[in-house]
Write a protein that binds this ligand. Structure first.
Ligand code: AMP
Ligand code: GLY
Length: 425
């Protein structure tokens, strides 16, 4: 009998995961909690949020779910994997203790230090005055420094400070005003690293792993990496800066030692390892780890995975990844995010989206912030949807995706016109 699989989450990343899992011959029925209108075309959507872990467990038990796949980080930190596992249910993702790799920068940075994993030099602080004095000393050495709150801060807990005023402002906001709540009880101050950023994805079963692919996100809202940070405005895979040699170096110096370190610390890491790397003149250095797939990278990554994703996820859960690999499609894949007017600030909602029926057959739309009313799709979030195209190389995938993007419109729609541009310089 076919399997029943539940995917937790509601964004473009989860739409991409479900699109890929839908192709698995082993799956009889797909569910999403809570899902979105795009996902609803492929899976049955259940009205339970990712944070409602007890409700999700009860539902999964009652519905004989064979595997649960967790998209976002919050349910992981809330211990959804611990809960499902304790109840004997299979679930793909790290335990709460292992998810600290993303959830606590102090935990992660100290792990890197203890196990010799390349990362920016840093100090941790829980005292405001000590942090301020250290920041001033470091700034005198020249160059900017980076201040990070320990806990989750929806991408807003990192400040790059070039002057004492900027550093003072950030430290006061984090440590005195508690702008990030308890996430800012501890902070990290680290050296600024120069280079290009790469997101490198692997799947781990706690001991063995399968490298998937690297991608490059585009975090700022405007072309040329200008303006405020967003959740990510587009991505493409196999960035040329990440050569075969750098990939091998990252596997040897980052991925392998982190998995071994987590095992040695008695919180073996199962799930997606998302290494946020800076490719510096001295080689790859870890900026951060995430305990989940990237968004929007996953929207460009899933179309590149050649085989069935399900056996890979199951093998990770069962500790059987040793003999697995993840063959990839040739060429490249580019994803462009269409956003609402105002994003990443307060944004408009409720605009009718036109043109989605006019796309080429092989073009993929992954919906993120949308709503369905009377059979029509409206905007309902900051990042509304992603347009995704494959091509023989980066250039052709990019040309194709922008041709398709221009067919779609909604009031206030904006997007970056330079996704993957760096790769073509
Ligand atoms: P993180 O959440 O630690 O990945 O930081 C968010 C973003 O801040 C990264 O994606 C980088 O663009 C930037 N960043 C973080 N740490 C550093 C660093 N040490 N040097 C330069 N940029 C950094
Ligand atoms: N693309 C950035 C993230 O998923 O955190």
């Amino acid at each position: 009998m076919g399997k029943k699989v539940l995917v937790i989450g509601q964004g473009g990343r989860e739409h991409a995961l479900i699109w890929k899992l839908k192709q698995s011959p082993e799956i009889e029925k797909l569910y999403a909690a809570p899902g979105n209108p795009g996902i609803a075309a492929l899976a049955e959507c259940i009205d339970i949020k990712g944070e409602e872990t007890d409700k999700l467990l009860k539902w999964a038990q009652e519905n004989d779910i064979d595997l649960t796949v967790v998209g976002p980080e919050t349910p992981l930190m809330a211990g959804i994997v611990d809960k499902f596992s304790a109840a004997g249910l299979k679930i793909f993702g790290p335990t709460a203790a292992a998810a600290r790799l993303e959830g606590s920068k102090v935990f992660a940075k100290n792990l890197f230090k203890k196990y010799g994993i390349p990362t920016a030099r840093f100090e941790e602080f829980d005292d405001h005055d000590a942090a301020r004095a250290f920041a001033h000393d470091l700034l005198k050495e020249g160059g900017p420094l980076v201040i990070k709150v320990d806990g989750l801060a929806a991408g807003k807990g990192v400040v790059i400070a070039s002057t004492q005023e900027e550093a003072d402002q950030a430290l006061a906001s984090m440590m005195k005003d508690k702008s990030f709540g308890t996430a800012g009880d501890k902070i990290i101050i680290e050296e600024f690293l120069q280079g290009e950023e790469v997101s490198f994805f692997a799947i781990s079963d706690g001991r063995d792993f399968v490298p998937l692919i690297a991608a490059q996100d585009h975090k700022q809202i405007y072309d040329g990496d200008q303006g405020p940070n967003t959740g990510g405005m587009g991505a493409y895979v196999n960035p040329p800066v990440f050569t075969r040699q750098l990939e091998q170096e990252s596997i040897e110096k980052v991925i392998k030692p982190v998995i071994a370190a987590m095992e040695a610390e008695e919180c073996p890491y199962k799930g997606v390892l998302y290494a946020g790397l800076m490719i510096t003149a001295e080689g790859p250095k870890v900026l951060e780890f995430n305990a989940r797939f990237g968004d929007p990278e996953t929207q460009a990554v899933m179309p590149m995975i050649k085989g069935d994703l399900l056996p890979l996820l199951e093998a990770a859960v069962n500790g059987e990844l040793k003999d697995h690999s993840a063959p990839l499609e040739p060429g490249n894949c580019v994803c462009v995010v269409l956003a609402s007017r105002g994003y990443p600030g307060p944004y408009e909602k409720g605009q009718l989206i036109a043109g989605m029926d006019d796309l080429e057959e092989e073009t993929i739309i992954f919906q993120a912030g949308t709503s369905l009313k009377d059979g029509r799709i409206y905007t309902d979030g900051g990042r509304v949807l992603a347009v995704v195209c494959r091509g023989a190389d980066i250039g052709s995938a990019r040309d194709k995706v922008y041709q398709e993007v221009r067919k779609i419109s909604f009031e206030g729609m904006h997007y970056r016109t330079d996704i993957a541009g760096k790769a073509l310089l």
